[in-house]
Design a protein around this ligand. Structure first.
Ligand code: PBG
Length: 334
């Protein structure tokens, strides 16, 4: 304990004094969660009949473009500053070239424009990785079973420029290729998109907690092998910090730790060591775990706010969470 933390011995110190009433507890609360800390990830489908609830994420729907517009209006009303778009693309149009990833009219880019029409002040964040458009479900090009780094980075740059042209405010490279942040930053600068921000999925682990997400975007049956040659081994801490250092040095404006709750130690270290705006992604599997237990009656819904507050306590400036609208509504009703 630092020497500045002087504590008198009992009974001069009775720590329960400051826990006695709601007013005193409110006065001495160290952290708070507000709608302004939330980024809301949504799934937007281009598949006819693709909308509706995701089986492994009860309470979360795939949306049509109209649904995305309504979600954006809801976010704006609730004071949620940003929405993050994930495309659910047509299976029949996925291939090995992934060319639809940088098509200005792909479903992700159409959703950016649709949201900007109805909620111009809402920040729109994207995901940069080839998996929604890749026949084999990987975030990069695959040749002979190998994920190609440099060729993928070139494609990610094209994808990013298409998203920036469509009006994205924050780009979220989630691919974990080497050198992508520097390449994206240079290309954005050259293309006149100097104020488009990069929130790098810097410490992204090869996690089993992404399972329901892959159902949501229709990548589950698709993934050939696993993502362990590019995402971080859950055994590693130093490597995550090196990834964050590297991405910041290449021009990332903000960084993310993903998944969230099982990696709160990493959140704390990233914030302490780098001080940059730090986010955590409470991923699909965390949502499924909490929501499943809540719906079974095994946990009270209070776990949602508690889980999100834990990110704030761990040093995060904000959280990507599927609970964003629900939590913002509850905060507004208080
Ligand atoms: C794709 C991507 C994934 C998530 C966000 N972007 C899945 C993956 O890497 O396989 C996961 C989000 C979640 O589980 O909620 N690059």
């Amino acid at each position: 304990m630092p020497a500045t933390h002087v504590i008198a011995p009992y009974p001069a110190t009775r720590l329960r004094r400051l826990r006695r009433t709601p007013a005193i507890r409110a006065l001495t609360a160290e952290h708070a969660l507000s709608a302004g800390n939330l980024i809301w990830p949504i799934f937007v489908t281009e598949v006819a009949g693709g909308e509706g609830e995701i089986a492994s994420m009860p309470g979360v729907d795939r949306l049509t473009l109209d649904g995305a517009r309504r979600a954006a209006e809801r976010a704006a009303t609730l004071g949620i500053p940003a929405i993050c778009i994930f495309p659910h693309s047509d299976r029949d149009l996925k291939d090995e070239t992934c060319a639809r990833a940088w098509d200005p009219d792909n479903i992700g880019n159409r959703a950016i424009r649709a949201i900007k029409e109805v909620a111009p002040d809402l920040a729109v964040m994207t995901d940069i990785a080839l998996d929604p458009y890749n026949i084999n479900g990987h975030d990069g090009f695959v040749r002979d079973g190998i994920i190609l780094n440099d060729e993928t980075v070139e494609a990610l740059v094209r994808m990013a420029l298409a998203q920036a042209d469509a009006g994205a405010d924050i780009l979220g490279p989630s691919d974990m290729m080497d050198g992508r942040i520097g390449a994206l930053r240079a290309a954005l600068e050259r293309a006149g998109h100097k104020d488009v921000a990069i929130l790098s999925y810097a410490a992204k682990y090869a996690s089993a907690f992404y399972g329901p997400f892959r159902d949501a975007v229709g990548a589950s049956g698709r993934l050939v092998g696993d993502k362990k040659t590019y995402q971080i081994d859950p055994a590693n801490r130093g490597e995550a910090l090196r990834c964050v250092a590297r991405d910041l040095s290449e021009g990332a404006d903000m960084v993310m730790v993903k998944p969230g709750m099982p990696y709160l130690d990493i959140c704390r270290e990233v914030k302490d060591q780098f001080g940059a705006p730090t986010f955590a992604y409470q991923v699909s599997g965390e949502y499924a775990m909490l929501e499943g237990a809540i719906r079974a009656g095994w946990l009270s819904r209070d776990v949602v706010a508690e889980s999100l507050l834990s990110f704030r306590r761990a040093g995060c400036d904000g959280v990507l969470t599927y609970y964003a609208p629900q939590v913002a509504e509850a905060l507004a009703a208080r």
